[in-house]
Ligand binder design. Structure first.
Ligand code: ZN
Length: 129
């Protein structure tokens, strides 16, 4: 649970049981790659009915510096979804992060990126600490 994860310094090893579910954030450019993002979105929804497909954010929102939509999915889906996403992300940048209850760590040390690594607006989290 979240209390096993320190927000600063060396955290004790956390078990994967701390992860309740995951987010994949699919980034796109409204002017150039929105169509590709829409195609990927439809394919995810058709192939992974357990996934919750979030709404379009053409304007950057929260820590996200570019337009994106979110895919929320349960841990059980990870082994099937991540390899599929690696092969089918169509050159779109993806942020994959767990949800452990510590949003700051989940978007920094715990995160994985496909494609590029974007600089997130982390001050969004610090305000709430
Ligand atoms: Zn997220």
């Amino acid at each position: 649970m979240p209390e096993t994860i320190a927000s600063e310094g060396a955290a004790p090893p956390a078990g994967a049981g701390a992860i309740t579910h995951y987010h994949a954030h699919i980034y796109y450019d409204p002017a150039t790659t929105r169509e590709r993002a829409a195609r990927l979105r439809e394919r995810i929804a058709a192939r992974f009915p357990q996934a919750r497909v979030g709404r379009w954010h053409d304007e950057p929102v929260g820590p996200h510096p570019q337009s994106m939509y979110q895919i929320a999915f349960p841990s059980e889906m990870l082994a099937a979804f991540v390899p599929w996403l690696m092969l089918n992300r169509d050159d779109l940048t993806v942020l994959l992060h767990p949800e452990t209850g510590n949003a700051y760590l989940d978007h920094t040390k715990h995160a994985a990126w496909f494609g590029a690594v974007l600089a997130l607006r982390l001050d969004v989290f610090k305000k709430h600490q």
